[in-house]
Design a protein around this ligand. Structure first.
Ligand code: SF4
Length: 305
């Protein structure tokens, strides 16, 4: 209250105005400073103190409480929200678009020419016939140690065929390819480029497990090659993905490093063939996941071409 009003009130009393009423509205300008105190007291009830602090400090806007709900979204809010959407999309089963950042299709590599004649080749004309022949096969030493043969499985009309090295322990026990930890990783990689396992065909160079998971010997790979050759001839995929150096070596009939064979589009009897790391190698060295991701996206582009 300023001095002028004090004097006025004193005069009213002196003039007999003992009932002088102080109209709060007329004192409003001076009374106003009290309001923030009221607001400050109400704040803890309407929103947690923790939500108010980040706003004051210029960090992310609060996301809970009545104040946050009524505030129009700022640009950072929108970014956070759209980021959450992306996370929900990728974690909710829908794959993020694999095309984003995909490398261009590389140039040509080695060429394995088409067979001029099938004379002398086994007469299998279906995948079931090949699997039946594998089941009774004793052509090489690997027949002695197997629990089950693992001929391969998948879609007989697959656009993409994946070829690995040979069955491991879990595959030998189940008779199915790529069902261990490496198989789980492969399933995830396929999902990331938009394929479920039953849309592709997965098999190995040799159909029986080598002891202690060693690399198949050259004569074992040669003995088993008619089965793989027949499977690829029957399937006629748009693209072959060789998983690891052994598969690449068997299909391309060369002994070169994986580094040498990656980032090229080879031709296996007229079918584009891309070489990448074996999923088991990725479990040992996660640094190879990025180049593998590039390779499978190249293969996917070749399918779509
Ligand atoms: S690895 Fe192949 S060639 Fe050797 S026994 Fe098994 S199916 Fe026959």
């Amino acid at each position: 209250m300023d001095e002028l009003r004090r004097r006025y009130l004193r005069q009213q009393v002196e003039l007999g105005g003992a009932e002088a009423v102080i109209d709060p509205s007329r004192l409003a300008p001076e009374a106003e400073p009290a309001r923030p105190a009221v607001r400050a007291e109400a704040a803890p009830e309407s929103r947690p103190a923790a939500t108010a602090a980040p706003v004051a400090e210029g960090r992310l806007a609060p996301t809970t409480g009545p104040v946050a709900e009524s505030r129009p979204p700022s640009a950072p809010d929108q970014a956070v929200r759209s980021g959450a959407d992306v996370t929900e999309t990728t974690q909710g089963g829908k794959a993020k678009d694999w095309r984003i950042g995909a490398p261009p299709i590389p140039g040509p590599g080695l060429v394995i020419p088409a067979l001029e004649s099938l004379l002398g080749a086994p007469e299998w004309s279906t995948l079931e016939e090949v699997a039946g022949a594998v089941a009774g096969c004793t052509r090489c030493f690997l027949a002695q140690g197997r629990t089950n043969v693992v001929p391969g499985e998948g879609n007989p009309k697959a656009e993409l065929v994946l070829v690995g090295e040979g069955p491991g322990q879990t595959e030998d026990a189940t008779g199915r390819p790529f069902v261990g930890r490496a198989g789980e990783l492969l399933t995830g990689i396929l999902a990331a480029i938009g394929y479920s396992r039953d849309q592709v065909f997965i098999c190995n160079v040799v159909k029986c497990r080598p002891p202690q998971n060693r690399k198949p010997l050259p004569d074992e790979m040669t003995s088993c090659s008619p089965f793989l050759e027949a499977q690829l001839r029957i399937l006629r995929p748009k693209v072959i993905l060789a998983l690891g150096a052994t598969a690449a070596e068997a299909l391309l009939q060369v002994k070169r490093s994986l580094t040498d064979l990656r980032e090229k589009v080879h031709s296996y009897r007229g079918t584009p063939l891309v070489v990448t790391y074996h999923p088991a190698a990725l479990l040992r060295n996660p640094n190879w996941k990025k180049p593998t991701w590039d390779d499978v996206r190249i293969a996917r582009q070749l399918v779509d071409r």
